[in-house]
Design a protein. Structure first.
Length: 253
């Protein structure tokens, strides 16, 4: 029996386009590059058009023709308008990766209302603002689909100085699990990837120095390692994986 599995999509009846929010840098950029390499057509979202255009140009030279969407995920009307217009013009997404997020760390007694509201609005409200416009078109298409959200180790266990971020990312986990139940019969899987310490621009030398002794594998993760897990969840043969939280944290949990 031949058990070889190809990592490339084999969807012959429709173009497998995947929306990736926060694709301009870091983990989001790595996800976009990996999915493009695996044969998907990335729809690159972000607020920094220049960075997205640079990435899109590179992917186009490599054989993909990404589209670019620029809006703030915390602005509900703008998000809905941009997404519905893109779907009308180009068709329903096969997959969505909710990667866009921010942090504003502070000890809770010193945390301002603005720090709390902004982190919750982008990280948790963004779940609703992005998925509300796209879920029903995906369901009505009557074909398989994939949704992957990005949480964090902070959302699983909490983290000092990140009460706002931990609350938002824990909320993403709960929302992901609930949505997975609603969409399971539609053949749309909904899973969450929870990175630990990943070497991106968000990680300062101070954070790295503090965290490294706590990581069993004794190093920070790479964005490409997170992207590899997302890429697996996008595959056809991940159809029986849903409502899961997959940690990518070097053994910290």
């Amino acid at each position: 029996m031949n058990t070889q599995v190809s990592s490339s999509p084999s969807f012959s009846s429709f173009p497998p386009s995947v929306l990736i929010t926060g694709a301009a840098q870091g983990i989001g950029e790595a996800i976009a590059r990996r999915l493009a390499a695996d044969g998907f057509f990335p729809v690159l979202h972000g607020r920094k058009r220049e960075r997205l255009e640079t990435l899109a140009d590179e992917l186009t030279r490599e054989g993909r023709r990404p589209r670019i969407l620029c809006f703030d995920v915390s602005e509900r009307e703008a998000a809905s308008h941009a997404l519905l217009a893109d779907i009308e013009a180009h068709g329903v997404y096969y997959g969505v990766v909710l990667n866009a997020g921010i942090c504003a760390d502070n000890a809770f007694p010193a945390m301002t209302g603005e720090e709390w509201d902004h982190v919750l609005t982008v990280n948790l409200d963004g779940f609703y603002n992005i998925l509300k416009p796209v879920v029903m078109p995906m369901a009505r298409a009557r074909r398989p689909g994939r949704i992957v959200t990005l949480s964090s180790l902070s959302g699983q266990v909490g983290n000092r100085g990140q009460v706002n971020y931990s609350a938002a990312k824990a909320g993403v986990i709960g929302a992901t699990k609930a949505l997975a139940l609603e969409l399971a019969k539609r053949r749309i899987t909904v899973n969450c990837v929870a990175p630990g310490l990943i070497d991106t621009a968000m990680i300062t030398p101070e954070i790295m120095e503090h965290a490294l002794p706590l990581i069993p594998v004794q190093r920070a993760g790479r964005p490409e390692e997170v992207a590899a897990v997302v890429a697996f969840l996008m595959r056809e043969d991940a159809a029986y994986v849903t409502r899961q939280v997959i940690a990518v944290n070097g053994g910290m949990l």
